[in-house]
Write a protein that binds this ligand. Structure first.
Ligand code: NDP
Ligand code: HSE
Length: 440
């Protein structure tokens, strides 16, 4: 067998994920060479602080540089691996690399959710590969199945838990009755939540992943700005207890749907928000910081993907898989399946999406209250599935818990606004969407 020239990698970033990428490249070197048919060699590693002590990382110090631009431009670099994050300068590095015909592997969900179009165009210009399996759900093979295995089918819905930090927090709130703040503190102590957990708890991270999943699933460019987003900061222990009362648990869901209207027009939607789901739902048992994604396709039916969605080693596993794929393609002088956005479907706003609400109202406990509340629902065309009333003791107040049937989100929101303005409603105590079929 003839010995092949090594394929050279420029690694951009050596933090949580990059460190594990470098470690795996070293530890698996012989197997990777056998799988690719040529060895991989690291041309350089760009970081912010090249002189920082990197512990026992198995690479010579001279490989570290702060000059990412220079590293990407090197003529001997074949593959650029970007594990820095953020929009710029990452976008410029990757566009330059792709246009120059270098293959790119990235885990940068924020950039992909903002501007896959620019990266995909640069990959087409350079006739090269842009792979990003690690950008959604860490170690779980999910994007390649959507991009390749399911290409002969029509994906209709993708429902997922795609943020580990928030799933840990909500699972804790469910199992211990803790409030949001207490559960977040625990997630921070365990290293799941970052020092600034905004991107996770406000749903930005999950929204970026929803955009990527919807784009791949529906062959339509969906960006983070197209994704309706609500985080979990307003989820209370009372919401979680109310969910339990009706046999549900609260999860931060990412939902991407394709719908065909009666006139035959297709449209898509993507949203991220907390929702009550029945405990029998396949996603209800996904605890701790795990991720899971449930894909529904016309011919394939229901598929479930589950595993570690974050962390250095699991994410590096997905990065390495992409490195092997693009390296093989280079060896064979071909490129892999490009992104397809040919369908260019209309993106439906949240107001048009049909969902269900669980609404808790503090109301005056007197004759006619229930009828008045029911009239507001009827006036907005929202049908009630169940109503439960509990006395609140001596104060002449009661708690009304209403679960609706499916209705357009805009109608549900107007209903809640109208309820809030009634004299008999002391307070709208909580509003949460419900997904999946509930018994009550
Ligand atoms: P870290 O913050 O741990 O690491 C970032 C790395 O980028 C560091 O090595 C840093 O250098 C380097 N860096 C920052 N700015 C620059 C710059 N201007 N020029 C050169 N190098 C720079 O991030 P993670 O490893 O956690 O994440 C990397 C990417 O992977 C992100 O896109 C993230 O969204 C994605 N991702 C992360 C997951 C995770 O679980 N952590 C899961 C899935 C995806 P220095 O070391 O000197 O500070
Ligand atoms: N902060 C993210 C999470 C990392 O908690 O899931 C993985 O993308």
């Amino acid at each position: 067998m003839t010995r092949m020239e090594p394929l050279k990698l420029a690694i951009l970033g050596c933090g949580t994920v990059g460190t594990e990428v470098v470690r795996l490249l070293h530890e698996q070197a012989d197997d990777l060479t056998a799988r690719i048919g040529a060895p991989l060699s690291i041309a350089g590693i760009a970081v912010r602080r090249p002189d920082r002590d990197r512990g026992a990382l198995p690479v010579p110090r001279e490989l570290f540089t702060s000059d990412a631009v220079g590293l990407v431009k090197r003529a001997d670099v074949d593959i650029v691996v970007e594990v820095v994050g953020g929009l710029e300068p990452a976008r410029s590095w990757l566009v330059d690399a792709l246009r120059a015909g270098k293959s790119v592997v990235t885990a940068n969900k924020a950039l992909l959710a903002e501007d896959t179009a620019t990266l995909a165009a640069a990959a087409a210009d350079g006739d090269t590969d842009l792979y990003y399996e690690a950008a959604v759900a860490g170690a779980i093979p999910l994007l390649r199945p959507l991009r390749e295995s399911l290409h002969g089918d029509r994906v209709t819905r993708i429902t997922g838990i795609v943020n580990g930090t928030t799933n840990y927090i909500l699972s804790k709130m469910d199992s211990t009755g803790a409030g949001f703040g207490e559960a977040l503190d625990e997630a921070t102590e365990l290293g799941y939540a970052e020092a600034d957990p905004t991107a996770d708890v406000e749903g930005f991270d999950a929204a970026a992943k929803a955009a990527i999943l919807a784009s791949l699933g529906f062959h339509t460019r969906v960006t983070a700005a197209d994704v309706y987003r609500v985080g979990i900061t307003d989820v209370t222990a009372a919401d979680v207890a109310a969910a339990k009362e009706m046999g549900c648990t609260v999860k931060l869901l990412c939902i991407a749907e394709r719908r065909t209207d009666p006139d035959g027009t297709d449209s898509v939607s993507a949203r991220v928000h907390p929702a009550m789901i029945p405990r029998s739902h396949p996603l209800a048992g996904v605890g701790d910081a795990y991720n899971a994604v449930f894909v529904e396709a016309e011919a394939a039916g229901q598929l479930m993907f589950y595993g570690a969605g974050a962390g250095g080693a699991p994410t590096a596993s997905a990065v390495l898989g992409d490195i092997v794929a693009v390296a093989r393609n280079r060896r064979l002088g071909r490129s892999g399946t490009p992104d397809s956005a040919y369908a260019n479907l209309r993106i439906r706003p949240m107001g048009e999406i049909e969902t269900r609400y669980h609404i808790s109202l503090d109301v005056a406990d007197r004759a006619g209250v229930l009828a008045t509340v029911a009239t507001v629902f009827a006036e907005h065309g929202v049908s009630i599935q169940t109503v439960r009333q509990e006395g609140r003791g001596q104060g002449g107040e009661a708690l009304l818990v209403i679960v609706t049937h499916r209705a357009p989100d805009a109608a549900l929101r107007s209903t809640v606004d109208a309820l809030a303005s009634l004299d008999i409603v002391r307070q709208v105590a909580s509003v949460m969407r419900v997904e999946g079929e509930t018994a009550q």
